[in-house]
Design a protein. Structure first.
Length: 332
């Protein structure tokens, strides 16, 4: 998992020369998922909650458009690329003189540089915005400049992080056929039925068979009480049990989520997510990659059949970037 120092190192330049925004986003509780949308929301929240003088310092940290730093080739890599995308590195002498004039007039009026997310804009678009916004009041322009800083931050994050949609997991209905490669679905539907105890009890026979005897193991029964996850949720790691199967069956009639993955040369492949109905359980086969228990909306109790015995029966592997599990329809 990403640490605070890693997060600040990676995202400290998103708000120009202002790593404190990334640090405060982390300290406010950000732990993922590492997508452009979620990192941006956390950083914008930290920026918006900062005192006005700190936000003003962020505005002042931005360079003039086509200004002194650009001429001296002293822009940050991100600012240089952004200004070049709008052709500001290719101004005619007349255009450069006009930008210089506007920069001076704007800073004299507002006390900070003109800031605009210029990606996709032409030089003419930028000059027109300059001429329009210089007529704003101080409060109007401060708010506009802060909004432009936030837009620039999102564009920078979009360039750094993979598209969130590419890593959002599709949640499939849990069926025996779809889950067959990973283990067994535990449910009464379709099970062999036997009347026992003088016909007073219906037995749903052999819904799953434990595989725990490797290395001298034995089957134990436990109850797991799972806290509900907060969505969107980052699937950042997977685990497996080399010496035994593990079965979960909910004691509450509420849906829950199952995340599994095939093996890819000793590491988990991209995961698959399943929606288990309130009366469905699963048994993960021995050595099958799966995510720890995912309860939804409320605390959930599960009866668990797994292995107790000698040997190392847990392996955990983290993904380089998490996959996103979003299930708002389960939390209503």
């Amino acid at each position: 998992m990403t640490t605070k120092d890693e997060f600040v190192t990676r995202f400290g330049g998103i708000f120009e020369h202002s790593p404190w925004v990334a640090e405060r986003a982390w300290l406010k509780g950000f732990r993922g998922p590492l997508t452009a949308a979620h990192v941006h929301a956390a950083m914008v929240s930290a920026f918006a909650e900062a005192p006005a003088e700190e936000r003003l310092a962020v505005l002042k940290a931005h360079p003039d458009l086509a200004g002194r730093l650009a001429v001296a080739d002293e822009l940050t890599a991100a600012s240089k690329a952004e200004q070049a995308s709008a052709g500001l590195d290719r101004l005619t002498p007349e255009e450069h003189a006009r930008f210089s004039e506007l920069n001076r007039a704007y800073v004299a009026r507002f006390g900070f540089p003109f800031i605009m997310a210029v990606k996709g804009k032409t030089r003419q678009d930028i000059v027109a915005a300059f001429e329009e916004r210089i007529q704003n009041s101080q409060p109007q322009e401060f708010a506009t400049a802060c909004a432009e800083v936030e837009r620039i931050a999102r564009l920078r994050l979009d360039a750094m992080l993979p598209a969130a949609a590419a890593r959002i997991l599709t949640i499939e209905p849990l069926t025996k056929e779809a889950f067959a490669a990973f283990g067994a679905v535990i449910e009464t539907e379709g099970a062999e039925r036997r009347l026992i105890n003088g016909g007073t009890t219906e037995r749903f026979h052999a819904l799953a068979a434990s595989d725990v005897e490797a290395g001298g193991g034995r089957t134990i029964l436990s109850v797991f009480r799972a806290q509900p996850r907060t969505f969107p949720y980052a699937v950042a790691m997977m685990e497996r049990h080399p010496l035994g199967s593990q079965a979960f069956y909910p004691l509450d009639d509420r849906p829950w989520l199952v995340v599994v993955a095939e093996d890819d040369c000793g590491t988990p492949a991209p995961p698959r997510a399943f929606r288990a109905a309130g009366r469905q359980g699963v048994q993960y086969g021995r050595n099958v990659w799966h995510h720890p228990l995912i309860a939804v909306a409320e605390v959930g109790d599960f009866i668990v059949a797994d292995r107790e015995g000698p040997g190392d029966n847990l392996e955990e592997v983290a993904y380089d970037e998490p996959y996103i599990l979003d299930a708002p329809w389960l939390t209503r």
